[in-house]
Design a protein around this ligand. Structure first.
Ligand code: NAD
Length: 498
């Protein structure tokens, strides 16, 4: 019998009143593993109404009480890493160790949010004017909706909800409909941690549910992570409805490899960054920009590593990489790689025909390495979001930087070099939000913020870290005077000064 995945409303699982469902697949077998309930308008109105009321109460909780819940939630997530990872692997397909890794990065954000009392201290100016003190502090925005992608079903919700909740908001998570089960366990853990009912809810659905959240008058802020066209749409729609929005989009991340780099080290990292999680990371390296005579040696070394990768079901302890998320993503990748080969790129390693014996219905592709990719090929212009590394050749580091800057995305980038001056030129010159120096996947730690430039982020606040705290709160500045009864009032018809 197929399992049915419910919503999580007001502290309990709920079937809602919608009658539509959508299948959830195990990408390693291609089989349907569950039916996901999709919210209708009444479910959405109900969840938002509950969130609004719950948020008003929660936002008034003392910081001490809020942090107690945060600390308990941290312990519960840490105690359920294996269970969460199994849910992720079953629906996403990534290998278990990688799933545990994403939960570890999510835990970092919870730990950051445990220090919310320090982050919300505000500022006080004593005697700003004679007899007048000025102080500023921040309050919750109200109801926050988080709309998340399939590729990090635990980490990305945890980029958002610990900080949104610690700052006193109610949070509605609309997870990806491809791998929704982990968010249900997160909801149960929040409740077990003592979070009042209705402060964290999960509402499943697709475009209709997203549109409902973007336009609902009682939703105050939207945190979105997903592909660029949807991020742009989400930003435009929700801002037009008066909400604050941070919408993180897709990516095409380049790594420059200079001839002075340790090429074995660079090849190890490039291979891991391009093929880890089957290339389905927004910070995956998908373009290797080889400078000068680095190219030939580098390609040989990456080829050796790509051919040694074990592609298997994520539960196999020896697997390095699992399947893609859907049959459609696989078909798209096969098409784009074919177009590159037809246009003159060299297929150094071709993963298109790969399959796992006994699991032929799974959405498998193997690591793929393309050499001689040109900037007008779809293998370069499109975000493939699969295990494909495209090699491009340039003569100088300046040419590499210019290539990166001409690309419409600006999420992450890396340089492999032993030259400090080239690294510095790179870090200062690239129009990209997150930069790695001999670090291929430079996802910032939780106490810095995560965000790209250009088509990789719509909105002006990055996610988590102090920018996250600012996004989920509104500032207030109080100018106060407590006159002594005997003193003159000091009122004046002129604009107040001193
Ligand atoms: P997606 O854009 O298809 O979906 C993201 C969310 O938007 C999901 O919850 C989905 O239900 C919803 N959605 C999909 N189509 C919609 C529509 N037409 N209208 C309204 N809502 C819609 O993304 P995905 O395939 O789940 O995830 C992969 C993408 O996310 C990649 O492009 C990747 O680069 C990006 N991503 C970016 C970051 C980042 O930090 N910049 C992080 C992770 C993933």
């Amino acid at each position: 019998m197929t399992n049915t995945i419910n919503h999580f409303i007001n502290g309990v699982e709920s079937a809602g009143s919608g009658d539509r469902t959508q299948p959830v697949y195990n990408p390693a077998t291609g089989a349907v593993s569950a039916e996901l309930r999709l919210a209708n308008k009444a479910d959405l109105d109900n969840a938002v109404g509950i969130a609004k009321a719950a948020g008003e109460v929660w936002g008034d909780y003392s910081l001490a009480k809020r942090t107690t819940v945060l600390f308990r939630f941290r312990e519960l997530v840490a105690a359920h890493v294996d269970e969460l990872a199994e849910l992720v692997t079953a629906e996403h397909g990534k290998v278990l160790s990688d799933a545990r890794g994403e939960i570890g990065r999510g835990l970092e954000v919870i730990e950051f949010a445990c220090g919310i009392n320090q982050l919300l201290k505000g500022a006080y100016s004593d005697q700003a004017s004679t007899g007048i003190d000025v102080f500023s502090f921040r309050q919750p925005v109200g109801v926050v909706a988080g709309i998340t992608p399939f590729n990090f079903p635990v980490m990305v919700p945890l980029w958002m909800c610990p900080i949104a909740i610690a700052t006193g908001n109610a949070f509605i998570l609309k997870p990806s409909e491809r791998d929704p089960s982990a968010s249900m366990l997160l909801a149960k853990l929040w409740t077990e941690a003592g979070l009042p009912n209705g402060v964290f809810q999960v509402l499943h659905g697709g475009k209709e549910t997203v549109d409902g959240l973007l336009t609902h008058p009682d939703v105050d802020a939207i945190s979105f992570v997903g592909s660029t066209p949807i991020a742009k749409y989400v930003h435009e729609t929700a801002t037009a409805h008066g909400k604050r929005v941070q919408a993180l989009g897709g990516a095409k991340n380049h790594a420059i490899i200079l001839p002075d780099a340790d090429l074995d080290n660079a090849a190890d990292h490039l291979s891991a960054a391009a093929y880890g999680s089957a290339g389905e990371r927004c910070m995956a390296i998908s373009v290797a920009v080889a400078v000068g005579d680095a190219a030939d040696a580098l390609i040989g070394k990456v080829r050796e590593r790509a051919e040694a990768i074990k592609v298997a079901e994520g539960t196999d302890p020896d697997a390095d990489m699992g399947p893609l998320i859907t049959a459609a993503s696989k078909a798209r990748l096969v098409k784009i790689v074919g177009e590159a080969a037809d246009a003159g790129a060299t297929l150094v390693v071709d993963g298109r025909g790969f399959t796992v014996p006994g699991k032929e219905e799974g959405f498998w592709v193997g690591p793929t390495l393309l050499d001689g990719v040109a900037s007008d090929m779809t293998a370069y212009t499109e975000e493939i979001f699969g295990p494909v590394l495209a090699v491009m050749r340039v003569d100088t580091v300046e040419e590499g930087i210019a290539l990166i800057n001409a690309n419409p995305y600006g999420n992450g980038t890396a340089i492999f070099t032993s030259s400090g001056s080239n690294a510095r030129k790179f870090q200062r010159g690239v129009h990209v939000g997150m930069i790695g120096i001999n670090v291929p996947v430079p996802v910032p730690v939780a106490y810095h913020s995560f965000g790209g430039w250009k088509n990789s982020l719509f909105g002006d606040k990055h996610i988590y870290g102090e920018e996250g705290v600012a996004f989920y709160t509104r500032g207030k500045v109080v100018t106060s005077r407590w006159p002594e009864p005997s003193h003159e009032s000091g009122a004046s018809y002129n604009f107040p000064s001193n």
